[in-house]
Design a protein around this ligand. Structure first.
Ligand code: FAD
Ligand code: THG
Length: 835
């Protein structure tokens, strides 16, 4: 056994834990112990009864990559007879409504964007592939030929054997009862009276994950819920077709219009349903079996079937698959697995406990991929695939309360197969976090969408009155029905006023972190791509990189005084990264202590931007806020209408003005004063829709959408934020040059040739007439100032300015052209100059 690697204890030997142990061992980390409460052969978690459908279509590129790896890995996990652990039967999603058929084209687009083969096929082809189907209701289908069935239990046993051979120890029938944490660091796992020391503990306990997290003093936003699965009696036409008991040859099938899915199960059909009422599970009420009592049929994650919840679905099934009228439900169960507030997995090291890592709410589909990513994270500090979308730290604290998790996770269950618009907000809970301007925004008729629990105005109905004055060249052509959802023509007015007069934007939802202490500058200097040892008053736009030079966040850092830095961040993931590093620096050298605090709650921010911004503020402030008094990317403390304000001269919309920060109690006073003083200059309140359009015109990137840790700064167009003059070390620095030299993709700005077309993001991009995907759209918006529809896209380096490409939108190809960027104010006259 290798002893050079850290002592890792993995809790749970389901598909996630077993694959993680295997992936770690493959990377030379075999000093690992896996603890499992059940018997190793059938541990009794969700994996033990998973039917194993792997459908890869997913709006997330990372999740799609994880699924592809699961397919690849399970295909190669062969038993003694050389038979692998994946049945490549293909995946088929059916449409029985015109809306669904349309949406299958969009889903096919995701697959193509992420490089996965997919075809929208007609009804005849669906029936040919799945002969049991009644052709009548079927309008078409989405075929993903590479998808199929993962033999989860078998594959798990094979990886366990492999990991064992490399020295990993598995102990089953061993229930973890405690986690020892001292001074914010995990020390040991407790099994009754036994104390097992550990450098790193990884909880792969599936839906029991909340329990394990509680042992470490943490809250995991996860809700275990029941999900019905049933198997029919034998089906005549399947006699002799498949290997028994569980073989399959026809594609796995999704009938999303009725929240159902199917797979062949030997000579039977297995049916899964998401159509029933949400069935949240209280872990205390799960059946308690002794290890020796657990069998394929009897396990803690399998609750008795409730036929009344399945009646309507059984009827729908017998209509879709008429031959099943000759059969009955032979057995069924309400299986338990994990749901989360946004449906995503929970992966990564906890913010407040060093060495405590989770990999939970992971489907079989993504299990091997996520296990590989976690093993990369543990062995070298970063993963090849972007983990930000499933980072366990992505939630706001207000989103981890029991009530919030329960309500949103249930909603997630209900909506699992719904056609969801990318901007569609959750219905409930709403009004969780309100900025101090909320009352005024309501008065102005704000249309709110939700982000991180915050209510954010997307436009203001009050500005509809200005539509009559909107110069024709600023108006956008009408858009299609899909692109019109959660959109208002009022955004044109708000963009126009921002560029030509002045507008107020509520920036309160922008995550703000305060880094304080004698070590603050040194901490940030070592983590960012710019100098952080500058005099107070400086503001930088800078990158946080991983050790491989990938962008993990783009942030602004304002030096308020020698020991106080204010960060404009992207999410709570940044808070987790900085908190962890601050703890490490403080314990290494207490004289360089540093603390990181989320100051977003309790403070607020107004972006006051536009050519008349100075006219407005000069009415109500005696401080010199003219360019000579406060330069571009500089900060100072001022008073505005008697309100103490930290002003920062920068603008994500690309106009002259400031971000004005103050405490929440004074927010409304500041808002009112600015709004009143601005009246004579035509001030308006403006929302996120205009904001997003203006930032794209200016070419400003959005982390998580335009760039992720998959990208190094230069290819993402933010190489300027890596300061060549910085001779000191910073994280990722050593990797940058080689990485930049080897990239093959560049983030490009496109305009659509027909201004009536608008795309929304994640669409595949092709070279003209090209068959295979060249890249995909990240952000898109109509640019009101330039009168064109804009899309940013990742494309091969060989594609350059002037080249024509095609964006696939609902199965249609839209012509677009690669253009030089930014489209608006490339000379920076607006931002830097005198207004
Ligand atoms: P588990 O398999 O639950 O493993 C966790 C392990 O941790 C368990 O073995 C448990 O015993 C152990 N453990 C827990 N607490 C302790 C403790 N204190 N000490 C020691 N050990 C502990 N996914 C798909 O991708 N495709 C599908 O078709 C599919 N169908 C499904 C159908 C049903 C009916 C259900 C219920 C789920 C389905 N899923 C499907 C989801 C999938 O089964 C799970 O997401 C996946 O198996 C989770 O794997 P895991 O390793 O995280 O969890
Ligand atoms: N404001 C503040 N912090 C933030 C954002 C913000 N942090 C997160 C996110 N937004 C960061 N994104 C950007 C993107 C671009 C710019 C600022 C924040 C920007 N860029 C100048 C440019 O590209 O020309 C930088 C010029 C320079 O570095 O000198 O302004 O909205 N507080």
């Amino acid at each position: 056994m290798s002893t050079s690697s850290p002592r890792i204890v993995i809790i749970g030997a389901g598909i996630v834990g077993a694959n993680l142990a295997d992936e770690l061992a493959q990377r030379g980390y075999a000093n690992t112990l896996v603890l499992e409460q059940g018997p190793l052969g059938v541990p009794g978690g969700s994996t033990s009864h998973a039917p194993g459908l792997v459908f890869s279509s997913n709006p997330s590129k990372a999740m799609t990559e994880f699924a592809q790896y699961t397919i690849e890995k399970y295909t190669g996990l062969t038993d003694a007879d050389g038979v692998g652990s994946f049945l490549p039967v293909g995946g088929l999603e059916l449409a029985t409504t015109p809306e669904r058929l349309r949406d299958l084209h969009r889903r096919a687009g995701w697959n193509r964007s992420w490089g996965v083969e997919a075809h929208v096929i007609d009804a005849d082809e669906c029936v040919r592939l799945f002969p049991m189907l009644d052709p009548e209701p079927v309008l078409g289908g989405l075929l993903t030929p590479g998808d199929g069935l993962a033999l989860a239990a078998k594959g798990t046993q094979l990886v366990i054997e492999r990991a064992r051979a490399l020295g990993v120890e598995f102990r089953d029938r061993t229930r973890v009862t405690g986690i020892e944490v001292t001074r914010g660091c995990v020390r040991a796992v407790l099994v009754g009276d036994e104390r097992i020391p550990a450098d790193i503990v990884v909880s792969c306990a599936g839906f029991w994950g909340t329990r394990i997290a509680e042992m470490a003093g943490l809250r995991l936003p996860l809700l275990p819920m029941g999900h019905q699965f049933a198997v029919t009696s034998t089906v005549p036409s399947l006699t002799g077709k498949n290997e028994l008991p569980k073989g399959a040859s026809a594609p796995i099938l999704r009938y999303q219009d009725r929240d159902l899915y199917y797979r062949e199960w030997g000579d039977r059909i297995g049916i899964g349903s998401y159509a029933h009422r949400p069935m949240p599970i209280d872990l205390d009420e799960l059946p308690q079996y002794a290890a020796e009592e657990i069998t394929d049929e009897r396990m803690p994650s399998s609750l008795p079937f409730t036929p009344e919840d399945f009646a309507a679905e059984w009827e729908a099934t017998r209509q879709l698959l008429p031959e099943l009228r000759q059969t009955e439900i032979q057995r069924g169960f309400n299986g338990v697995f994990s749901f989360t507030p946004d449906g995503g997995s929970l992966v990564g090291e906890a913010r407040d406990v060093d060495g405590f890592v989770v990999a939970e709410a992971v489907w079989v589909t993504h299990a091997a991929g996520i296990a590989r990513a976690v093993s990369e994270l543990l062995t070298r500090g970063y993963a090849d695939t972007d983990l930000s979308g499933c980072d366990v730290n992505r939630f706001e604290d207000a989103q981890t309360s029991t009530d919030y998790v329960s309500e949103t996770s249930r909603q997630n269950f209900v909506e699992i197969y719904d056609i969801l618009h990318p901007l569609q907000p959750r219905v409930s809970p709403r009004d969780v976090r309100l900025s101090p301007f909320h009352a005024r925004q309501v008065e102005l008729g704000a249309y709110f969408l939700e982000a991180g629990g915050w209510e954010r105005p997307h436009w203001y109905e009050a500005n509809a009155a200005l539509l009559d004055e909107l110069p024709t060249e600023w108006a956008a052509p009408p858009r299609d029905e899909w692109a019109s959802r959660f959109h208002s023509p009022i955004a044109a007015v708000e963009a126009w006023k921002t560029r030509t007069a002045v507008a107020m934007y509520d920036m309160t939802a922008l995550k703000r972190l305060e880094v304080t202490g004698p070590g603050a500058g040194e901490l940030l200097h070592g983590l960012t791509t710019s100098s952080m040892l500058r005099a107070p008053g400086a503001v930088s736009y800078t990158m946080l990189l991983d050790p491989a030079g990938g962008v993990t966040s783009d942030i602004t850092v304002a030096i308020l005084d020698e020991e106080t830095y204010q960060i404009g961040a992207n999410s709570n993931i940044d808070l987790a990264v900085l908190s962890r590093e601050a703890r490490a620096q403080t314990s290494a050298d207490p004289s360089k202590w540093v603390t990181v605090r989320d100051v977003t709650p309790g403070t607020c921010c107004i972006g006051l931007w536009g050519p008349h911004a100075l006219d407005v503020i000069a009415q109500i402030s005696d401080d010199d806020l003219a360019p000579g008094g406060l330069g571009y990317f500089r900060t100072k403390r001022v008073f505005v209408a008697g309100v103490p304000v930290t002003a920062m001269r920068l603008s994500y919309v690309g106009e002259f003005g400031w971000e004005l920060y103050t405490s929440a109690d004074l927010g409304q006073r500041l808002w009112d004063a600015l709004f009143a003083a601005g009246q004579e200059f035509g001030i308006i309140a403006a929302g996120r829709e205009a904001f997003n359009s203006l930032r794209l015109e200016k070419g400003f990137r959005a982390f998580g959408t335009d760039m992720t840790s998959e990208h190094e700064p230069t290819q993402a167009g933010v190489g300027f934020a890596v300061k060549a003059s910085k001779t000191d070390d910073f994280r990722g620095k050593d990797a940058l040059a080689a990485r930049a030299a080897s990239t093959t993709k560049t983030l490009r700005c496109l305009t659509l040739d027909d201004p009536r077309s608008v795309v929304l993001g994640k669409e595949p991009v092709f070279l003209v007439g090209g068959g295979s995907t060249a890249g995909y759209v990240t952000s898109a918006a109509y640019g009101y100032t330039i009168g064109r529809s804009i899309a940013y896209a990742w494309l091969p380096n060989t594609v350059g300015v002037g080249d024509a490409v095609e964006i696939e939108y609902f199965g249609r190809r839209l012509r677009a052209t690669v253009v030089a960027e930014p489209l608006y104010d490339p000379e920076m006259a607006r931002l830097r100059g005198t207004p």
